[in-house]
Design a binder for this molecule. Structure first.
Ligand code: 3JN
Length: 338
């Protein structure tokens, strides 16, 4: 069996750690494993499948002999992706640095696997909120052509990394002991515990945030459809893990709720969890630490003719980041593109 030399840039972060777990769980055929991070993490020891690896600092020279470089280190992508490509690696990048570059495919394997074929060295992983939404919507788009999407997200604290997760935990502990305690936020713009914050990433000229515009740009790119319009409101909620989304779609052809459920039941990567009589619907506590996208509360929209409403939940560190990246790597292997 052919083995692949794999580098992980940002190996010590939340997504980097999850990448290691996913690679091990899925038995990815790794020859050499190189763990890279910023100078701050140099020398840390991380265990992978029973072997200890020492984290090295990422430099331009880090990628000799590497076949696949998984980037999970935010700012490192712009700094080192070109060096990795020049060294002969295929880069799978989790940041937004290359997502909107027409020369770079943006891929969710359940949605547009064919786009990996035209990669020129870099493949971008979409934003976590986009990934779970398009996995749920692509089969409905194929069946009835979605014209418009209105989505509100309920994004977990760990979307902002380990720092966000710790900030929520600390605030909850402090406020449980003293509801009037003074809170100084750092990872988020405001106190997150016992609050919701309608602000993720930076505001744009049109008063949407960049997190919201990512869902518009990325859906258009992966659906190969510049007509489809997405209006998102991205909200941070005091949940540790798994993003939720209330999604309303308007389709060209009418889809009944029953038809939509039948389609979703058979859709790749989707679990239909929709049994309202028994209070069954997706929730972040149920989806956390799993790789699938859960859809429920499927109903016909009473506010427009060809409308459907759905509730979509997925673990944003797994399917929204690491699992999707590893699935792309698996596609590259399967299609002999690396
Ligand atoms: O906040 C979340 O829930 C998801 C965060 C994603 C994120 C955070 C910082 C930078 C991204 C992303 O993947 O879009 C980026 C980025 O723009 O690379």
């Amino acid at each position: 069996m052919k083995m692949y030399n794999v580098a992980i840039v940002g190996a010590t972060g939340a997504v980097g750690q999850q990448l290691l777990t996913c690679l091990a769980e899925r038995n990815f055929p790794i020859g050499e494993l190189r763990l890279l991070a910023s100078a701050r993490s140099k020398g840390k020891v991380i265990s992978y499948c029973g072997t200890d690896y020492v984290v090295d600092e990422t430099t331009e020279d880090s990628f000799a002999g590497i076949d696949i470089a998984l980037f999970a280190g935010g700012a490192a992508s712009k700094m080192y992706a070109a060096a990795a490509v020049n060294a002969g690696a295929v880069v799978i990048d989790n940041s937004s640095s290359f997502r909107y570059d027409p020369e770079v495919p943006l891929v969710v394997p359940e949605v547009n696997p064919e786009d990996v074929r035209w990669h020129k060295g870099i493949i971008a992983n979409p934003n976590c909120s986009t990934i779970q939404m398009v996995v749920a919507l692509k089969p409905l788009h194929d069946a009835a052509k979605i014209k418009r999407i209105v989505v509100s997200t309920y994004q977990a604290a760990s979307g902002a990394g380990v720092e966000g997760l710790n900030e929520l935990r600390d605030q909850a502990q402090i406020l449980a002991a003293d509801p009037n305690a003074e809170i100084t936020p750092s990872a988020f713009a405001h106190q997150l515990a016992f609050n919701v914050i309608p602000h993720i990433d930076v505001f744009q000229d049109n008063d949407y945030t960049k997190e919201e515009m990512k869902m518009h740009w990325e859906t258009q790119k992966m659906f190969h459809d510049n007509e489809i319009r997405v209006s998102a409101t991205a909200v941070r909620v005091p949940v540790y893990r798994s993003h939720s989304e209330a999604v309303s779609i308007e389709t060209e052809r009418k889809l009944t709720a029953a038809e939509a459920k039948e389609i979703l039941k058979n859709a790749p990567g989707v679990v239909l969890q929709d049994d309202i009589a028994n209070k069954v619907y997706p929730m972040p506590l149920l989806s956390s630490d799993t790789d699938l996208v859960y859809v429920g509360r499927v109903r016909e929209d009473i506010s427009c003719d060809n409308g459907l409403c759905l509730w979509v939940v997925a673990d944003q560190i797994r399917k929204g980041a690491a699992t999707n990246a590893v699935q792309i790597a698996e596609l590259l292997v399967k299609e002999e593109l690396v």
